[in-house]
Design a protein around this ligand. Structure first.
Ligand SMILES: [Fe+2]
Length: 289
């Protein structure tokens, strides 16, 4: 097992590159750091790679990158994954700012790039639009959330933070409540992806920026049950569901085993658990669906 530490970036396929670049740079507030034919690399204001846009026939997420300890070599990572029966290969300069990655396919067919070094490809800079702090998490529909959660625990050390019933699992690889989540669906596909904002006032600013561009929220504002993040959702020009959130639960100490106490919690302490529709599984406040 090779412990993942954080999510790096998503690779999104798009049939309309220019429209996505306009949206991600002027509304979401990312910055184009590099462009090559058919590709664009977008960073947060802190200069970390957050999205790779690839020209493709259909909108969707084809790859995710995950960062691991800088003490691990490519050979270590290949060996560690091999111990779990996962065939991985080493790739040189897979994306800007990274000299080498180890690549494998997860159990649902998404390519995973394991890297070290922080993923910085640009200097800290200002942006227009929302300007998120970081890429926070990505959610996939999968045919078996149980099998996929087990895969990510065995391969990359992800822990289970919460379940909703037996159909939606949230997994963490650092103090953040979830970096990956998996909901039961008929096929494996992107469900949504999410950027973290600074605080509630930043979320309000995001609502107003979206409103000024006539982009309707599809859900929220609301406070979720699992993770307790305050969240809003809308669709990108490609029809992907993008979440903006703040105030997500954090587990500062794995030894203590509960999330840092917050006044909006209903459990004391708030430990990983199985939520149900009856105990407000998806929403503490805000319209439930
Ligand atoms: Fe989410």
């Amino acid at each position: 097992m090779i412990p993942a530490i954080r999510i790096g970036h998503l690779t999104l396929e798009t049939p309309d590159m220019e429209r996505q670049i306009e949206y991600y740079t002027t509304i979401i507030g990312l910055i184009v750091a590099e462009r090559t034919p058919g590709k664009a690399y977008l960073t947060t204001r802190a200069g970390q790679l957050a999205l790779e846009l690839n020209e493709g026939a259909h909108a969707g997420c084809s790859r995710i990158s995950l960062e691991v300890s800088p003490d691990l070599s490519g050979a270590d990572i290949v060996k560690g994954l091999g111990n779990e029966g996962i065939a991985a290969s080493r790739a040189s300069e897979p994306f800007p700012g990274v000299r080498e990655a180890v690549t494998f396919s997860d159990n649902k067919g998404t390519s995973i790039d394991i890297f070290t070094g922080g993923g910085f490809i640009a200097a800290n800079q200002q942006s227009i639009g929302v300007g998120p702090i970081k890429l926070g998490h990505v959610a996939f529909a999968v045919t078996s959330p149980q099998e996929t959660a087990t895969f990510f625990t065995r391969s990359l050390g992800f822990r289970v933070s919460d379940w909703i019933g037996d159909f939606f699992v949230f997994q963490r690889c650092n103090p953040d409540h979830h970096t990956l989540n998996f909901i039961k669906g008929e096929r494996a596909e992107l469900a949504h992806f999410a950027f973290e904002l600074r605080d509630f006032s930043h979320l309000q600013t995001a609502c107003d920026i979206l409103g000024s561009r006539q982009i309707q929220l599809t859900r929220g504002p609301l406070r979720h049950g699992p993770g307790h993040n305050v969240a809003i959702y809308h669709k990108t020009p490609d029809g992907l569901i993008l979440e903006l959130f703040c105030e997500m639960d954090r587990m500062s100490s794995e030894e203590l085993g509960f999330f840092d106490p917050k006044p909006w919690h209903r459990d004391f302490p708030q430990r990983p658990k199985i939520w149900t529709r009856e105990n407000n599984g998806s929403t503490i406040w805000g319209i439930r669906i």
